[in-house]
Write a protein that binds this ligand. Structure first.
Ligand SMILES: *Cc1c(COP(=O)(O)O)cnc(C)c1O
Length: 452
């Protein structure tokens, strides 16, 4: 039988990050200030260290990974690539299914790849504390871990509904020394404003971002750290796809299709962008982002300039958006709740170079359970979106008799999400399509810009 697990040596951890900007047919649309003019790098210095700002605007194809960061990554990298023999057999598909498993990191997802990198650059810049937001808790725990590794305090603004539903994620962050607050809080002007208008709000990522950005902007020793969306975050995740290419290469394989769940776009970019480099050079490979029907940013959002947060503290970014005041339906258990998406992913999607599909919640959990029962790993609910898409494609291969090679990102395990599985088994989850009307309504509140 062909290999099940394809491993690399520590020495094979990539030495450089891959910057997709170098291979994009058009330069990325710049972030804009409230006046509609592009914001220069200096506008970001109150909240980010210069090294990360330089990466944010870089057009260099390869950016060297500092040795201290590679050393930190060695704790869990290289991550394994698996061939899903058991899933293939259960489906009876001629397709070959491979998955990159990022759940082996201490926090259980791909997020520490950028968390340790951001902590490193901030500590080098003399910063004492990082403020951030977290939704499901994956990003907050990744940054708590990284803060501990590089001697930084970490303050996490956790979306209230998750704070209440996920006490173990909170305990995990506290174990790694972080302080966690249920957002919106009364600690910030942004939080007080939202609470004043709607005291019972369940919170949202957009609100929590407003709070963390405000704290970072108003304290010299505190910077802000974001777990997805921004160019430098996507850059740091490209270690995933580079490793996967090397692993597939070792066994003489190359994917026809690459799938990843898409919230802010970082794990999709992390796996897919290194393959985009081949695509840009003429190779045929399809790159598919998978999102929930309840937060269908790429597939139903409008491509325009919008704020990254609810209150409007961030620069305007050109992206597919559901509106910066989007609050996800309370019934949604699958993560991937951000109102916007990475501008790089959005631009490539708009240009037809990457694809996107949306899947309903129940089908994703069904796929996750099938995966757990065949491959053993219980996926994070976010990862279930990619599992669903891959299973559907493998079943299409069964119909047509095609033997495609499919690769996806098993970007995290679901050990802290068992209450979502519990709800699924109890029949308490429902499918939800985000209504077209709500998108239209929200778009009325998007800033009007001549430049957009
Ligand atoms: C945060 C997270 C996501 C969504 O964020 P992206 O930036 O789109 O990767 C997906 N899966 C897991 C496991 C996560 O922790």
């Amino acid at each position: 039988m062909d290999a099940t697990k394809i491993l690399l040596d520590e020495s094979e951890i990539p030495t450089h990050w891959y910057n997709v900007v170098a291979d994009m047919p058009n330069p990325p649309a710049p972030p804009l200030g409230p006046d509609g003019k592009p914001v220069g790098p200096e506008a970001l210095t109150p909240i980010f260290p210069m090294a990360l700002i330089e990466q944010e605007v870089s057009g260099e194809r390869w950016i060297q990974i500092p040795e201290r960061v590679r050393e930190a990554l060695r704790l869990w990298r290289p991550t394994p690539l698996y061939r899903a023999h058991n899933l293939e057999r259960a489906l009876g598909t001629p397709a070959k299914i491979f998955y990159k498993y990022e759940g082996v990191s201490p926090a259980g997802s791909h997020k520490p790849n950028t968390a340790v990198t951001q902590a490193y650059y901030n500590s080098e810049a003399g910063i004492k504390r990082l403020a951030t937001e977290t939704g499901a808790g994956q990003w907050g725990s990744a940054l708590a871990l990284a803060g501990q590794m590089f001697g930084l305090d970490v303050h996490v603004y956790m979306v209230r509904v998750s704070f209440e539903q996920k006490p173990y994620r909170r305990a995990m962050m506290e174990t790694w020394g972080a302080e966690v607050f249920a957002s919106p809080t009364d600690r910030t002007e942004a939080g007080r404003k939202v609470l004043g208008e709607n005291p019972d709000t369940t919170g949202s990522l957009g609100i929590a971002i407003s709070e963390a950005v405000e704290v970072a902007a108003s304290n010299a020793d505190t910077n802000y750290s974001l777990g997805s969306v921004l160019n430098h975050v996507l850059l740091h995740q490209t270690v995933i796809g580079q490793e996967a290419k090397k692993q597939l290469d070792k066994i003489g394989e190359y994917p026809d299709m690459v799938f990843a769940p898409c919230g802010g776009g970082s794990n999709f970019a992390g796996l897919a962008f290194p393959f985009f480099a081949d695509k840009a050079a003429g190779k045929e490979v399809r790159l598919v982002a998978v999102e929930p029907t309840s937060c269908p940013t790429l597939t139903r959002g409008v491509y325009t300039y919008d704020y990254g947060d609810t209150v409007g503290l961030t620069p305007l970014m050109k992206m597919h958006t559901l509106g910066h005041d989007f609050v996800p339906p309370g019934i949604h258990a699958g993560g991937l709740r951000y109102h916007g998406d990475s501008p790089l992913v959005c631009q490539l999607y708009e240009e037809g170079l990457v694809e996107a599909i949306a899947t309903p919640q129940l089908a994703t959990f069904e796929a996750g359970v099938t995966f757990g029962r065949t491959e053993g790993i219980i996926p994070a609910p976010e990862a279930n979106h990619a599992v669903r898409a891959v299973i559907d494609e493998a079943l299409r291969c069964k119909e047509s008799g095609e033997s495609k090679t499919l690769l996806f990102n098993m970007c995290g395990h679901g050990h802290f999400d068992m209450s979502a599985y519990e709800k699924y088994f109890a029949g308490e989850l429902v499918d939800y399509e985000y209504p077209e009307e709500a998108v239209k309504e929200a778009l009325k509140r998007i800033p009007k810009l001549d430049a957009a």
